[in-house]
Design a protein around this ligand. Structure first.
Ligand SMILES: [Zn+2]
Length: 81
């Protein structure tokens, strides 16, 4: 599993369009292979921002998703310090 903030989009406020959208030409953070349909979008909240990322539908599992979210929270915390 390789985590990079470039895989993660976010919304600054409750707008319809994301402030940053990584698009679909990035890797799935779970298997680290290029995204291919079917794709699932996962959203979570961190520091009052709504983040999202895309994974292969077949890669979806709660354990990996929780791992990714905690890694992202750590990354965001280390960036702002
Ligand atoms: Zn995958």
């Amino acid at each position: 599993m390789e985590i990079s903030l470039k895989y993660f989009g976010y919304f600054d406020s409750e707008t319809i369009k994301p402030t940053f959208d990584p698009g679909v030409n990035v890797n799935c953070p779970i298997c680290n292979k290029r995204l291919q349909r079917p794709i699932q979008t996962i959203s979570f909240l961190c520091k009052a921002k709504s983040y999202f990322y895309r994974i292969h539908k077949k890669c979806a599992n709660l354990e990996s998703e929780q791992k990714i979210e905690s890694m992202i929270v750590d990354l965001l915390n280390s960036e702002s310090n």
